[in-house]
Design a protein around this ligand. Structure first.
Ligand code: SF4
Length: 235
């Protein structure tokens, strides 16, 4: 059985990117109300899936045909919860490709997960809420998780990471788009101190009406954050 899935190869600048999902079903330590993948298994424990050898065989052929520069692990959930992620990253390295990993960021401060993410050349962590109530209400994390620990986890990871740490911030209407929220976001950015920031609005068709801010407001927020963080690169 082959359980990896792929998106069409695309380019970023002069780099060819192959995007891969390494989870056969959605597994995540959050259950966000705006998640594009509906069915959810909420856990904070790694899961083992049948079919790794076959999946790697197909993956190897894909890499040979497409000859990408970067493999982007962008999964249906939290990729770090695949028990075989270390093997998968080492496999990619044997093909002389760089590895970019998307994680929601919560596990990055924990010793075992930190070591896994340290193997990657680029890591993306995310921020979507800026107060505890909203974090619990709309990101519905695993029990006992807190926003404070989430932010500290990414800050700790970044403090020792040698690759590029990208902080992806999603502005959600009514949750983190007013002026007070932007001031809080600036403090969070300062604490995490990422190498790059990406600021986005909600793009999912089903949720745009409820959660998307206007393009004008998005540019105002970007400008406001840039005043304080002009030293950080923008995606
Ligand atoms: S962190 Fe991402 S994958 Fe996990 S539930 Fe939230 S939106 Fe979905």
């Amino acid at each position: 059985m082959n359980y990896f899935t792929y998106k069409d190869i695309h380019a970023e600048g002069n780099k060819k990117i192959l995007e891969i999902n390494i989870l056969p079903e959605k597994i995540c330590n959050f259950d966000c109300i705006f998640c594009p993948i509906r069915r959810n298994i909420k856990t904070n424990k790694q899961q083992k899936f049948e079919g790794l050898d076959n999946s790697l065989e197909v993956f190897g052929k894909k890499i040979q045909d497409a000859n990408p520069d970067i493999i982007f692990i962008n999964s249906k959930g939290e990729a770090l919860l695949n028990k075989d992620i270390t093997k998968i990253i080492h496999f990619i390295k044997t093909k002389n490709c760089k590895v970019k990993l998307l994680s929601n960021g919560y596990l990055l401060g924990k010793q075992d997960y930190k070591e896994i993410a340290n193997l990657c050349d680029e890591v993306i962590g995310e921020i979507k809420t800026i107060n505890e109530d909203d974090f619990q209400k709309i990101q519905r994390p695993y029990k006992d998780y807190t926003l404070n620990e989430y932010i500290n986890s990414m800050a700790f990871f970044k403090s020792q990471y040698r690759g590029d740490f990208i902080l992806e911030i999603t502005i959600l209407k009514g949750y983190n788009d007013n002026n007070d929220s932007i001031q809080k976001l600036k403090k969070i950015i300062q604490k995490i101190s990422p190498d790059k920031i990406e600021i986005k609005k909600e793009e999912d068709k089903r949720l745009k009406k409820r959660l998307a801010i206007t393009d004008e407001r998005l540019s105002e927020i970007k400008k406001e954050i840039l005043i304080q963080h002009s030293n950080i690169a923008w995606k």
